[in-house]
Design a protein around this ligand. Structure first.
Ligand code: 13P
Length: 246
C-alpha cells in the first residue's frame, strides 16, 4: 500500500502570526509516516512555501482558474500556483460547487489546467443530505468523478480524489467508517475501470475528521487519508490526525 496522505484545508482562516505558529508546530512534529500537506489561502502561499521549503511537508491552494491567463480579474492561474511551489490544489470543493455554482465540467477543466502545470488536483466529490436520503449518493459521486475522468483522459490516474459528504462538512457529523468505505469502494472501482491503476491512486475522506475518529476511518481498506477542515487549524489536533494515518 502507498503512503497515506493527510491534507489540511484551512479554508478562509488564518493570519500571519497564527500560520507561522501552526507551521512551526507541524515542522517540529516531524517525521510523519503519512505525506502531509496544507492548502492555504492564496495570500499565504508565499510565506507557507518559505516556512516549509526544505522539509518534506507539502502545500497547495484551495481553487484555481480554468483559464491559463488573461483578463480574469481576481482569478489565479495554475502557472502561478506552480510558481509558488504548490504540490496540490483543491478543485470542486462543495463550498465552491454550492456557493459559486461550479459545474462538474468547470471542476473537470480546473483539474486539467492544474495537472498540465504539474499541480496535482485534489478533486472533491460528495452528496448532499437530500441526495443521500433519496438514495442517490452513488449516482451523484460517480457523475461528479466521471466528468473529471473524461476530461483528464489518460492522465486521470494522476489526480487525488476526496470524498466529502456535504452533510458531514463542518457539522461534527462524520460519516461512519462503513458509510465512507462504501463510497470509497465505488469510487475506486470507477477509477479502476477508467485507468487500470486505481490501486496506486489516493482517495481521501473529508468531513468532520477529528483525532478521535481518524484512526477508524483511515483503517478502512479504500480510505487512503483525510482532507481535514476545522481540525487542521489546531496544531495538536492536526498532528494527531496525521499520526493516525501513518
Ligand atoms: P471539516 O473537517 O471542518 O468538516 O471540513 C471538511 C472539509 O471541507 C475539508 O475540505
Amino acid at each position: 500500500m502507498h503512503r497515506p496522505l493527510v491534507v489540511g484545508n484551512w479554508k478562509m482562516h488564518g493570519s500571519r502570526p497564527a500560520n507561522a505558529e501552526l507551521l512551526a508546530a507541524l515542522l517540529a512534529a516531524r517525521p510523519f509516516a503519512a505525506d502531509v500537506a496544507v492548502c492555504v489561502p492564496y495570500v499565504y502561499l508565499h510565506e507557507t512555501a518559505a516556512a516549509l521549503a526544505g522539509s518534506e511537508l507539502r502545500w497547495g491552494a484551495q481553487d484555481v482558474s480554468e483559464h491559463a491567463q488573461g483578463a480574469y480579474t481576481g482569478e489565479i492561474s495554475a502557472a502561478m500556483l506552480a510558481e509558488c511551489g504548490c504540490r496540490y490544489v483543491l478543485v470542486g470543493h462543495s463550498e465552491r460547487r454550492a456557493g459559486h455554482a461550479e459545474s462538474d465540467m468547470l471542476v473537470a477543466r480546473k483539474a486539467q489546467v492544474a495537472l498540465a502545470r504539474g499541480v496535482t488536483p485534489i478533486v472533491c466529490v460528495g452528496e448532499t443530505l437530500a441526495e443521500r436520503d433519496a438514495g442517490h449518493t452513488e449516482a451523484v459521486v460517480k457523475r461528479q468523478l466521471s466528468a473529471v475522468i473524461h476530461q483528464l483522459g489518460h492522465c486521470a490516474a494522476e489526480m487525488v480524489v476526496a470524498y466529502e459528504p456535504v452533510w458531514a462538512i463542518g457539522t461534527g457529523r462524520t460519516a461512519t467508517p462503513e458509510q465512507a468505505q462504501a463510497v470509497h469502494a465505488v469510487l475506486r472501482a470507477q477509477l479502476q475501470a477508467a485507468t487500470g491503476r486505481a490501486a496506486s491512486m489516493t482517495i481521501l475522506y473529508g468531513g468532520s475528521v477529528k483525532p478521535d475518529n481518524a484512526a477508524l476511518l483511515f483503517a478502512q481498506p479504500d480510505i487512503d487519508g483525510g482532507l481535514v477542515g476545522g481540525a487542521s487549524l489546531q496544531a495538536a489536533d492536526f498532528i494527531a490526525i496525521c499520526r493516525a494515518a501513518g
